[in-house]
Design a protein around this ligand. Structure first.
Ligand SMILES: [Fe+2]
Length: 354
């Protein structure tokens, strides 16, 4: 993406970012049509047609500053025209529409940058939901579904910083949870918690999360597959033997034995291959990926993450517990300054030791 001389000729208000390929430019435009029923959009549409514009996205909504009726509409258009026609297209639109503006495309999509932002995320359960999934044991139990809906509502309405809601559990529920806690509740406690207490491992897990932020859906899909074959079912070599580090293995005696039995297929951990390997969650894994050692897995994952195409770089700031987008020179310089200070400190430490 780059700005052209044309950008400058359009003036400050029309400041644009162009995606240029073979002379084509992408424009983000908004304009208002008063009393749209009087064929306003058909005039605008003819202009787009005359310039052989390829429309990528078109949206309309009721105008914020309505003059007449509900027929006053605002339009958002993402379109592609020949570079040399862009200016003329905008000027022609100005003759039939009001408030024509060209916008800078937001290069950094929205994603949660701090814990509180998670409250803005859409809560969507698509799998194993008793209201939708016939295979769920609670599907035919209206009482269970009602109680579950109560808990779901409670957790979805919770906002970061709110006091934790108190729930009055029935005697039957307490007895059920006692049974669960003593027997099948070990995946998180035995599998994830001890591993995440290890700094190296926690960083590995965080690297996958960071790589996913602002990425395309296809890349997120690959990262979730990588998560599956590492954080959940990863194996690595250590002192000549194969060890499990995945939580799904550490918390399942049966699968752990099977994973180390030479019965399944073993493949070397290579993020490019692992990320697109199909997996299932119904039975033991038929394939496990083995890293040369955990450091190797971490290094390979980091170089894989660097190859994910994004026009910005992210960094986790431990002081503010938030994600920082390094998309300006100033931000990069500030981060570099902090790193130099850290490096100076490390050099002193090294001098002291030696
Ligand atoms: Fe897990």
């Amino acid at each position: 993406m780059k700005e052209t001389a044309l950008t400058k000729s359009l003036g400050k208000q029309d400041s644009l970012v162009w995606e240029e390929e073979e002379g084509r430019a992408t424009l983000i435009l908004t304009f208002t049509l008063w009393n749209e029923k009087k064929a306003g959009f058909s005039k605008a549409a003819k202009i787009f047609e005359a310039f052989e514009t390829k429309i990528h996205h078109l949206e309309s909504r009721q105008a914020k500053k309505s003059k007449n009726t509900v027929d006053d509409l605002e339009f958002f258009v993402k379109c592609e025209v020949h570079n040399s026609d862009a200016s003329a297209l905008i000027n022609s639109l100005k003759r039939v529409a009001e408030d024509v503006k060209a916008h800078r495309e937001d290069k950094v999509p929205w994603f949660p940058k701090k814990v509180r932002d998670l409250d803005k995320c859409h809560h969507l359960i698509t799998k194993y939901e008793p209201d939708l999934d016939h295979g769920h044991p609670g599907y035919t139990d209206p009482e269970y579904r009602k109680r579950r809906a109560f808990f779901t509502d409670l957790s979805f309405s919770y906002r970061e910083g709110d006091p934790l809601p108190r729930v009055e559990y029935s005697a039957q529920e307490t007895a059920t949870w006692r049974e669960v806690y003593r027997n099948d509740c070990c995946h998180e406690l035995l599998g994830h918690v001890p591993m995440l207490a290890d700094k190296e491992f926690a960083q590995f897990s965080q690297d996958i999360g960071l790589a996913s932020l602002g990425s395309l859906d296809a890349d997120i899909e690959k990262l979730s597959t990588l998560y599956w074959f590492t954080i959940e079912f990863g194996l690595c070599k250590q002192n000549g033997s194969i060890k499990a580090y995945g939580a799904g293995l550490l918390s399942s005696y049966g699968e752990l034995k099977y994973a180390l039995s030479n019965k399944p297929e073993y493949k070397p951990f290579d993020p490019e291959v692992t990320a697109v390997h199909p997996y299932q969650d119904q039975t033991f894994q038929p394939v496990y990926f083995i890293a040369e050692n955990f450091e190797d897995a971490k290094a390979k994952l980091q170089s894989y993450a660097l190859k994910i195409q994004k026009p910005f770089t992210l960094r986790y700031d431990p002081f503010t517990c938030s994600i920082e987008v390094l998309n300006t020179l100033q931000k990069v310089k500030t981060t570099l300054k902090q790193m130099k200070e850290d490096l100076k400190n490390l050099c002193f430490a090294l001098e002291n030791i030696s």
